[in-house]
Ligand binder design. Structure first.
Ligand SMILES: [Fe+2]
Length: 490
């Protein structure tokens, strides 16, 4: 999409969402309290039973030489019961960020962590939680996607941060957007000012955009309170990549390969994620109850292999996924992926997977006996879908013909529309509310609850109350959505 048509798209999306038409910049919310030396806070992510990634950033003002930072993980919030500690070095070559895998931890345990810089400044104290092993009674994950800073305050993150019942929070991509500030004269509604104000293209730009996001108090608090599990989508790089470029990459934007490398480097510096080079597809195990498998739909565009063909995930990643799914031993398999998985109507392909590649996933998982729960971002809409193995034999009242269940987590701020032309397998959808989802897993059933507030409320300076928008359960061993009467409670 070129700049002009992208603007038109934004206008259309906003209009569809019932947005206001006058353009004006929101008064900025107060900045995060900011602890001297650590104004971007702390974060943790990718929990294993014995380790977790912990993250912070030193304020670079007045610094030039590489600096050592000490880190500590403790069993108590005060910091008396030290479990493990170490020293890390950072500098300008990695934008003064620190990403440490803290290991030697116990499964299914809550820990606190902190950093101290060379001047004795102490970071905020973060809280994190390791994954369990063996038998597990219950797990709960919040799920979010599509957080366009310009479009509103991160109230959904604020509500997620206030929860005390999460094992981790999952983000399905579009954690940042690469766009410029909407210019005057555009029909865009109210917005928050971005830094940098221009579209991000260089390493310095991507770093500044991550730093700007992490100055948001709601996002910073969410990172501080709970570990994150993330897969990127397109906007962590540029809108809508294809092999050799992207819709939002024009000749004047410079070299595409260098832009991808810059975006990846800034990502690796700023996100608490276990990256293996450019591989973000990975598996996280939560004992006998859940296996979380994250996949990367942009991989075949960003780093194409010679023989990827038209497979949705590319040849190498799909072979890896087959192996992961075939060896699952947990009750539930949670597929972390970016866009619509199941077909939404008899006349329409799914958002990207298509029948062949969706069938391959179901077949690969089939022998394991695990139940598939698919998580979806990207579409800026909530939905709950019965994923069908037999569309002709589908009976929503009994679950006949259902192979898996799928939940789209709405968006944190990005505007959406309600859509149309849905078949009966789309049990519920809403595009005019922003928010997040919570999945609650037990050996007997899964439940997904949707929480949110009407789209215009995302621009309120004060956080709007969240509402339970509804929920669906699916029984273990008998996939098929059943509307829930109340939200799941731990
Ligand atoms: Fe998005």
């Amino acid at each position: 999409m070129n700049t002009t048509s992208r603007r038109r798209f934004l206008v259309g999306s906003m209009a569809a969402a019932g947005g206001t038409i006058a353009i004006s910049a929101c008064a900025p919310r107060p900045a995060a309290p900011g602890i001297p030396g650590f104004s971007h806070g702390v974060a943790s992510g990718d929990p294993h039973p014995d380790s977790v990634v912990i993250w912070t950033r030193l304020d670079p003002v007045g610094r030039s030489a590489p600096t050592t930072v000490t880190w500590q993980v403790t069993a108590d919030e005060r910091g008396d019961a030290v479990v493990t500690q170490g020293v890390a070095t950072t500098g300008g070559d990695r934008d003064w960020t620190i990403n440490v895998v803290a290991d030697g931890l116990r499964p299914s345990s809550t820990y606190w962590y902190r950093f101290t810089d060379d001047a004795g400044n102490r970071s905020p104290v973060g809280r994190t939680r390791t994954a369990p092993v063996g038998g597990v009674d219950r797990l709960r994950f919040a799920v979010a996607s599509c957080s366009n800073y310009a479009f509103g305050n991160f109230h959904a993150y604020g509500h997620m941060a206030a929860r005390d019942d999460l094992d981790a929070w999952i983000h399905l991509g579009d954690y940042i957007y690469e766009y410029a500030n909407p210019g005057s004269g555009e029909t865009y509604g109210e917005y928050r000012l971005l830094d940098p104000p221009t579209e991000i293209r260089s390493l310095a730009d991507y770093r500044r955009r991550y730093a700007h996001y992490r100055s948001d108090p709601d996002l910073q608090e969410l990172h501080r309170r709970s570990p994150m599990i993330h897969v990127w989508d397109d906007h962590e790089f540029a809108d809508d990549p294809f092999v050799g470029g992207a819709s939002n990459h024009q000749a004047e934007d410079g070299n595409w390969t260098l832009r991808v490398a810059a975006a990846l480097q800034a990502y690796s510096e700023w996100m608490p994620t276990r990256l293996d080079g450019n591989r973000i597809f990975r598996t996280l195990r939560y004992g006998d109850l859940a296996t979380i498998v994250g996949v990367d739909r942009q991989r075949r565009f960003l780093w194409p292999e010679a023989d990827d063909g038209d497979l949705y995930l590319g040849r190498e990643q799909f072979a890896w996924l087959d192996g992961q799914l075939g060896s699952v031993t947990s009750d539930w398999t949670v597929l972390m992926q970016q866009t619509t998985f199941g077909a939404t109507s008899p006349n329409r392909r799914s958002g990207g997977w298509g029948e062949r590649d969706r069938g391959r996933v179901l077949t690969s998982l089939g022998a394991s006996g695990s139940d598939l729960l698919v998580l979806t971002g990207d579409i800026h809409r909530f939905h709950a879908i019965d994923v069908l193995s037999d569309p002709n034999g589908y009976d929503r009242s009994t679950g006949r013909g259902v192979a898996a269940v799928e939940f789209a987590a709405g968006s944190v701020t990005s505007p959406g529309s309600n859509g149309s032309d849905f078949g009966p397998q789309v049990r519920w959808t809403s595009g005019d509310q922003r928010g997040y989802a919570v999945i609650d897993l037990t050996p007997e059933r899964s439940q997904c609850d949707f929480f949110g507030f009407p789209d215009p409320e995302k621009l309120l300076a004060r956080r709007p109350a969240e509402r339970w928008l509804g929920g669906f359960t699916s029984r273990r061993g008998a996939p098929g959505l059943v509307q829930a009467g109340t939200p799941a409670i731990r």
